[in-house]
Design a protein around this ligand. Structure first.
Ligand SMILES: Cc1cc2nc3c(=O)[nH]c(=O)nc-3n(C[C@H](O)[C@H](O)[C@H](O)COP(=O)(O)OP(=O)(O)OC[C@H]3O[C@@H](n4cnc5c(N)ncnc54)[C@H](O)[C@@H]3O)c2cc1C
Ligand code: FES
Length: 243
């Protein structure tokens, strides 16, 4: 979905999201990562059809006015100069790292993009910067059913990648909760700085209702305003299965 927005929207940072009114008489807005800023006043969103709200959004005629709150939340931080980056994205999580990947691709340092999906039809790696012949930008894919790339999960790609990754590399993860937590655990075990974007069902989207809290080493934090991007080392991560 590409939407034009008014003049009052601050430029989104990689990892930030917007909160959309799906116009279906639903009580709650729905959060979506900013997946692109193709021109001033435009936002690109990538929306997987999941339930009532996303179905309603997908059925809106082009030109419909929708209320947008945002950009919201804390996004990703850029790696220090000289540090290679590894992006781990599962399913529609590609939307959450797309702006980040575009920025990282402008740096001279290596960028490896690991993308997973349930099957080849759901792989979204083509929305990320293309691999380059010199190997500075790399893409690897995995599918649960083995229809493209490595048969298995994106975490299995990460395990292989971590064997070759220098100690100063930074790992960024976005996707289904179990996947991001598992990837975060793997990166931390390898001693790398890792940032994960967490998904949580949201109500206000601005830190007021505390309906989206996540357990951290410093107490409960809200995913919508303290996150959605967290330094993985600050979280109490429970996802240890390579989901
Ligand atoms: C910060 C953030 C960024 C997101 N970015 C994107 C994005 O770029 N593209 C995209 O397709 N999706 C994204 N999501 C997930 C998206 O918000 C949900 O899929 C959407 O709200 C589902 O709405 P629905 O009305 O269609 O489904 P519902 O009918 O509300 O729910 C259907 C199913 O999805 C689950 N669900 C609902 N909301 C969420 C949620 N926020 N996280 C996890 N599960 C949920 C419900 O428990 C239920 O099982 C993001 C979520 C967050 C928190
Ligand atoms: S959704 Fe209300 S505090 Fe996060």
């Amino acid at each position: 979905m590409a939407c034009s927005v008014g003049d009052d929207l601050d430029p989104p940072e990689p990892g930030q999201f917007v909160h959309l009114d799906a116009l279906a008489g639903l009580a709650l807005r729905r959060p979506f990562s900013v997946a692109g800023i193709p021109a001033t006043g435009l936002l690109e969103l990538l929306i997987e059809l999941v339930g009532e709200g996303t179905q309603a959004l997908s059925a809106l005629p082009i030109g419909t006015t929708v209320s947008i709150l945002g950009p919201l939340g804390r996004g990703f931080t850029m790696p220090p100069s000289g540090a290679p980056a590894v992006i781990v994205a599962g399913g529609a999580g590609v939307a959450g790292v797309r702006l980040l990947a575009q920025r990282l691709a402008q740096r001279p340092e290596p960028l490896t993009m690991l993308v997973g999906a349930r099957d080849r039809d759901h792989l979204l790696h083509r929305l990320l910067p293309e691999a380059t012949p010199d190997g500075r930008l790399k893409q690897q894919v995995a599918t649960d059913d083995g229809s493209a790339g490595l048969p298995g999960t994106v975490c299995e790609l990460l395990v292989r990648e971590l064997g070759n990754t220098p100690d100063e590399a930074v790992v960024y993860c976005c996707g289904p909760r179990a996947m991001t937590e598992a990837a975060g655990v793997l990166a931390l075990e390898r001693g790398l700085h890792c940032e994960v974007s967490l998904e949580e069902i949201m109500a206000c989207g601005t830190g007021a209702c505390r309906g989206c809290v996540v357990k951290t080493r410093d107490g409960y934090k809200t995913v919508c305003s303290d996150g959605p991007v967290f330094d993985a080392s600050t979280l109490v991560l429970e996802g240890v299965a390579c989901a």
